[in-house]
Write a protein that binds this ligand. Sequence first.
Ligand SMILES: Nc1ncnc2c1ncn2[C@@H]1O[C@H](COP(=O)(O)OP(=O)(O)OP(=O)(O)O)[C@@H](O)[C@H]1O
Ligand SMILES: [Mg+2]
Length: 273
Amino acid sequence: MYFFSPELEIFLDLAVARMRRGQGAVLLLQGPPGGGKTAFAKAVAEKIEGILHYYVGAPDKERNLLYEVDVSGVLRRQNAWVLGPAWQAFAESTAGRHAVLLIDEVDKTNQGFDAFLLRLLEEWTFRSPDGDEVKANPSKLVVILTSNGRRELRPEVLRRCQRVYVPLPDKKRLFEIVRQIAGGIVLPDGLLSVLFRIADALRKADSELAPSPKEIALCACDLLRLTAIGTDEMVIWREVAASWLVKNGGPSVIDDALPQYRWARALRTEAQR
Ligand SMILES: Nc1ncnc2c1ncn2[C@@H]1O[C@H](COP(=O)(O)OP(=O)(O)OP(=O)(O)O)[C@@H](O)[C@H]1O
Ligand SMILES: [Mg+2]
């Protein structure tokens, strides 16, 4: 389940209404890592009861948004193409079914992608490798781009998108999200507070590498498990916590981010409470 902030709820409503009017619902979600951009796109697909077609941005791979060469098909001289996510989403929409095309991490593509995207969003059509015209029905399709801001998209593309800033969830929301990810496992407030404190410190050091709510939840579950199996050694607590929370090194990264704070001991105390 996605927790919508009031702002995101409104943007979702506007986008769906625009889609129904056939005016093109294209959203560009921007914001810090772990803020819930990708999860928002999945939630939109659920809301409109459409299938999510997922593409992750990478340099020089724009064609794969439309199709990929199927080598075994080529060898058999048939079905030489595998439909890419845009093709699938376009086909779904023209068949009268709702679809969401998620172009995730669009800032990881290179500039050439923008011209390509522009045509797609402007004309809602492209040519298949066989020369056929593939069309979308914009009144059934939502396109969502996400970006961490590594590069700016070209102004022509930006003009076709509604920009939506997705901030990090506030503390209250964060508790709800993390608890939901943990499922039936009850996560104590104190343990989560220490984890959030560590995550904040890591975010200050490097926002791209900060743990998301998902890693925090999984970390909390593992730490509770350490308590259940009676593991007392601090080295293990440090290693397990760092394995979830740190992306660029070991426990010493947390030591550096939080000098003077005995974070592993605090985690153990709160988990054992
Ligand atoms: N509002 C929310 N409701 C429910 N879950 C959320 C919410 N925000 C974040 N999450 C959870 O946090 C995790 C990280 O979110 P997500 O991957 O969507 O972030 P992101 O903004 O796409 O990050 P990145 O820029 O690193 O790709 C996901 O597993 C998701 O389940
Ligand atoms: Mg994402």
